[in-house]
Ligand binder design. Structure first.
Ligand code: MF3
Ligand code: CO
Length: 252
């Protein structure tokens, strides 16, 4: 069942999402060659808690840390630890914060120092995939219109879309209906209605779409070892333009 949020619930979502977006921005500022992923996790954890919120991912299905950090060929759900970020790495950070009964969820891929042009382009295109999908995040369209727009844009650059993990509704629960795939034919799935809150999150591979799960039970990597990027915002469907809720100072 898709949860349609009331005006009051949307206010709560805005608060959770603002903290989530600020936490993502903080992580982005910390990413540089030499920093360890556990340092980033700790700083973001402390920030979220300082705001009176709870990191959404901590203990979620047994997940052991507060954020996910996925580097280079890691697609999503990388567990922070002793790994140190190196020059030219692409570092995907996924953050969630829960406060007032609601979650915010967002992610972005950051570049540590100077990276290859090909990798920079992957990161830029992945971000733009989100905005291509966003054009269809409004009444009159259906969920798969978002999906299709993302897929077409990614594939026009020769990239591929991860199929095993998808975007989702988000609200009182971190993962709600509907699923929001990053691929598919247009004109399918639920019709978009004001008050829906969706986490739209393209996961785009430079090479093949296939992924595999590492033995830690969490980290998802590309099967071909090529880089992958991720970008996500929590979005409110309105009567008109969609509203990106995971913004801080108007930025995401
Ligand atoms: N942002 C991720 C998502 O939408 C959540 C990470 S899953 C966790 O799916 F288990 F690490 F929390
Ligand atoms: Co998500």
């Amino acid at each position: 069942m898709i949860q349609i949020k009331s005006a009051k619930e949307i206010e709560m979502m805005r608060r959770a999402c603002a903290i989530t977006a600020a936490a993502r921005a903080l992580a982005g500022k910390l990413i540089a060659p030499g920093v360890s992923t556990s340092e980033i996790d700790k700083a973001v954890h402390d920030y979220i808690v300082m705001q009176g919120a709870v990191p959404s991912f901590l203990n979620y299905n047994g997940y052991p840390k507060s954020i996910c950090i996925s580097i280079n060929d890691e697609v999503i759900h990388g567990i922070p630890g002793s790994r140190v970020v190196e020059e030219g790495d692409i570092v995907s950070v996924d953050v969630g914060a829960f406060i007032g009964g609601f979650h915010g969820d967002c992610a972005a891929t950051f570049i540590a120092g100077e990276a290859d042009e090909s990798v920079k382009r992957l990161v830029e295109v992945t971000r733009q995939c989100f905005f291509e999908g966003l054009r269809f995040a409004r009444p009159g369209y259906r969920v798969s219109d978002i999906s299709h727009a993302i897929q077409i844009y990614a594939e026009s650059f020769g990239y591929s879309v991860v199929r095993d993990y998808v975007g989702h509704g988000v609200g009182a629960k971190l993962h709600e209906d509907p699923q929001v795939p990053n691929f598919g034919k247009p004109g399918h799935g639920p019709r978009l209605i004001p008050g829906m809150t969706l986490a739209i999150e393209p996961m785009i591979n430079m090479g093949e779409p296939n992924i595999r799960l590492l033995s830690d039970g969490w980290t998802v990597v590309t099967a071909d070892g090529k880089p992958s990027a991720h970008y996500e915002n929590t979005v409110l469907i309105t009567n008109g333009e969609p509203e990106i809720l995971t913004v801080v100072d108007g930025k995401c």
